[in-house]
Design a binder for this molecule. Structure first.
Ligand code: ADP
Ligand code: ZN
Length: 731
């Protein structure tokens, strides 16, 4: 109940509070008498519609004209480090850039609400005053604790090399007494001076440049480019060491944290301790502990998925985006944002060094480097004796596979030879399942998803047809659902399962493994697969894009790309760029140790510039040509794009709203609207989708134009208009 004030006109202290909800903006609240004024950034609990919600005291003045009686009071201030000004700025900036409600962005920065309460300290041990018989084991325990730092039982036992029973005995005699552990005790401190490898000349000068950027304690962005295996990771680990020496924090964003077992092992070898992890599969307790430890500055290094960008680092020194060209840094649902681009923004607000790392940098990053907006570092050579693999094309017109097969005799022979020499071979096909299309040979009926504009993909192992867009699955029917013919359904085209089936015949004695997201569910399975490969328990690897990720497989000498043309179909602006990045990445798995690597691309079109660039090893020239294609039409990165995706369960409503938006389209110098047109995925999860594309010159700010446009066109509540600024996907 709101207490009645004796002086209704007395001024009340007001603050703005932003709540992690998709509301229009911050709400005003009253600071109750006797409360210290919570400064901006304070986490507070406030009433909202009958419940209490946690939010953040936001910047800016509350509205002085709102009658005091209408203001609800703040309930309490959490005992938690305040959100830093730089993170608050980031929240506002991302909201404005992506046209999202600020509360929706704040929600990403408050992803572990229980962490706002101070942690219950866990119990550990410290030395007590007891005098009792000191055995050699007990002496070791006391020696470990001599530094005065309490430790958790398990850690103490491990460090002293004794069993937990010894600790219990010591506790019983008073030699040990319980002590509370700070959160820091759960996050080991990586040691920057733990010995790392001796860097080569180019590596050392790149590392020095990065360390300098960290030392500057000011914003900078550096592109770290270099062929696969040139030591980019080794170099940026040095920049992390530098941040640690300065007692600042480091964040590493990886595109697939679940596939990063080798990276984590390497980090632990380099620093003698593991980093904190951040991704969607953490348990809620770990999530809570990690968020809190980051806020308190006791988790010095975090490696995570894109959502780690919104963790509450109080003092970020360096921010690394590894494989910066990867499209998975773009979040396509909810707040539609690019974690790579927002990492640069966060670095700017935090006065930190951003590092964008890739063997195949995006045209965006290359262009920024060329224009001097980013610094550029290059590592031209592979480390040590390893050379780059030789790449050749297998022309499917002249060297076709047998009928109904997908591996040309040439590729099979090369893989057999590699295995016979004691190496490993890899067959890459970026398609899960057995076959991408199931067709009736009698009537031509194609098996489609009922909810999406997509064919159903056969997964023969599971005896099911699956939609890769919405997850719809059904058993493979015994007869054609259209004409009723029996046994007439045929699999068309290959997926990795089908390549595996063919490989079983072509390589009967080879020990094979399939690496695809459905055969390796979860990080442990992927880590175990990688271990088997490194330990030579496998001769032939068959995989989807999972195998292209930063793996280091020292015995892998031959990589065969089953369908190098796969990504080039479709009208996507970046189809060629993306294909060359992926294929270069796969190719880069070969020949990373002493034995030279060889890559074979099966293609119908060996003359295609993508194939030619891969064969000639001149990606720079390819990217320059790509830039020259995009520049004249002002396509990104030489112009701006923003997509509107209009969707509804009702096709007529989607069409009408899209048409209304099209009729009201903005125009002006340097501004153009394409569409509306049905999206390539015209039906997705049961929603009909139409697209419009706003194209603008680089110096045009698209957000005000979009806001004004959307503000002029009312759409019914059942129609959703999603805004995608800087789209990377066009489905
Ligand atoms: P990239 O990140 O460019 O692909 P990495 O940093 O993964 O390259 O290096 C490739 C391999 O070479 C790794 O196994 C790495 O440990 C090793 N390596 C790189 N530089 C050195 C070095 N200076 N001394 C010893 N090993 C190195
Ligand atoms: Zn579907």
């Amino acid at each position: 109940m709101t207490p009645v004030s004796l002086f209704p006109d007395a001024p009340v202290t007001r603050v703005r509070v932003l709540l992690p909800l998709p509301l229009a903006g911050a709400y005003d609240y009253r600071v109750p008498e006797g409360f210290a004024l919570p400064p901006p950034g304070s986490f507070v609990e406030v009433p909202l519609g009958g419940r209490d919600v946690a939010g953040v005291v936001w910047d800016g003045e509350a509205d002085p004209d709102l009658p005091a009686g209408r203001l609800k009071p703040i309930r309490r201030v959490f005992d938690c480090p305040a959100m830093t000004p730089s993170l608050r700025k980031l929240v506002d900036w991302v909201a404005a850039y992506t046209l999202s409600p600020p509360g929706a962005v704040l929600r990403m920065a408050m992803s572990a609400p229980s962490a706002l309460e101070p942690g219950r300290p866990t119990a550990g041990w410290t030395t007590g005053g007891g005098t009792s018989r000191i055995t050699p084991e007990r002496a070791r325990v006391l020696a470990v604790l001599a530094d005065g730092v309490p430790r958790a039982g398990s850690i103490l036992a491990a460090e002293a090399g004794v069993s937990p029973a010894i600790l219990r005995g010591m506790a019983n005699t008073g030699l040990l007494v319980p002590a509370l552990l700070p959160a820091a005790a759960r996050f080991a401190r990586p040691d920057p001076d733990h010995p790392g490898p001796v860097l080569g000349e180019a590596q050392a000068s790149a590392a020095a440049a990065l360390c300098q950027a960290v030392d500057a304690r000011a914003y900078s962005t550096t592109m770290l480019a270099g062929v696969t295996g040139s030591g980019k990771t080794e170099v940026y680990l040095d920049a992390i060491a530098e941040a640690l020496r300065q007692n600042r924090q480091a964040l590493v964003l990886l595109p697939e944290i679940a596939l990063s077992s080798q990276w984590l092992e390497r980090f632990a070898r380099r620093f003698g301790a593991a980093p904190a992890l951040w991704h969607s599969e953490l348990t809620s307790a770990t999530r809570r502990d990690t968020w809190r430890a980051v806020a308190e500055g006791v988790a010095p290094v975090v490696v995570g998925a894109r959502s780690a960008l919104f963790l509450p680092f109080p003092d970020l020194g360096v921010l690394i985006v590894d494989e910066e060209h990867e499209t998975s840094f773009k979040q396509e649902e909810g707040v539609v944002y690019s974690a790579r681009d927002m990492a640069v923004v966060r670095a700017r607000f935090a006065g930190a060094a951003a590092v964008l790392v890739s063997a195949t940098p995006s045209l965006e990053t290359l262009t920024n480097a060329e224009a001097g907006r980013y610094r550029a570092l290059h590592l031209p050579l592979r480390h040590g004796a390893a050379g780059l693999p030789t790449v050749s094309a297998v022309d499917l017109r002249t060297d076709p596979p047998e009928r109904g097969r997908f591996l040309s005799p040439k590729l099979v022979a090369a893989a057999q030879a590699a295995i016979a020499r004691g190496g490993q071979a890899m067959l890459f096909l970026n398609r899960r399942g057995y076959a991408p299309l199931t067709l009736c040979r009698s009537c031509g009926h194609r098996m489609r998803c009922p909810n999406c504009t997509a064919w159903l993909v056969e997964h023969r192992l599971q005896r099911r047809l699956q939609c890769h867009h919405c997850g719809h699955a059904e058993p493979i029917p015994p007869t054609c659902p259209q004409c009723g013919a029996e046994g007439s359904l045929a699999a068309v085209g290959p997926g990795v399962e089908r390549v595996q089936e063919e490989a079983a015949i072509a390589f009967p004695d080879a020990r094979r493994i399939v690496m695809a997201s459905d055969t390796l569910p979860g990080p442990l399975a992927a880590a175990e697969a990688a271990r088997k490969i490194v330990d030579r328990e496998v001769d032939l690897i068959i995989g989807t894009q999972i195998v292209a990720k930063g793996w280091n497989f020292p015995h892998l000498t031959l990589v065969g790309v089953v369908d190098a043309d796969l990504g080039l179909a479709g009208g996507d602006l970046r189809a060629a760029e993306r294909t060359i990045q992926l294929l270069h990445q796969v190719a880069g798995r070969a020949g990373r140790a002493d034995a030279p690597g060889e890559v074979m691309l099966q293609t119908w079109n060996p003359e295609h510039p993508v194939m030619q660039a891969l064969i000639g090893g001149d990606l720079d020239a390819f990217m320059r040509a790509e830039a020259e294609q995009r520049r004249p039409g002002h396509w990104p990165p030489f112009g701006r794009l923003a997509a509107l995706i209009v969707s509804s369960e009702d096709e007529g409503l989607a069409d009408r709203a899209a048409r209304d938006l099209g009729l009201a389209a903005p125009y002006g110098p340097g501004v153009e609207v394409l569409g509306p047109a049905p999206a390539p995925l015209a039906l997705l999860r049961g929603r009909h989708r139409r697209r419009l594309l706003l194209k603008a010159a680089r110096d045009v700010a698209v957000q005000p134009i979009l806001l004004e446009w959307l503000g002029r066109v009312p759409v019914p509540g059942s129609v959703k208009v999603q805004v995608d600024v800087d789209p990377v996907g066009f489905l």
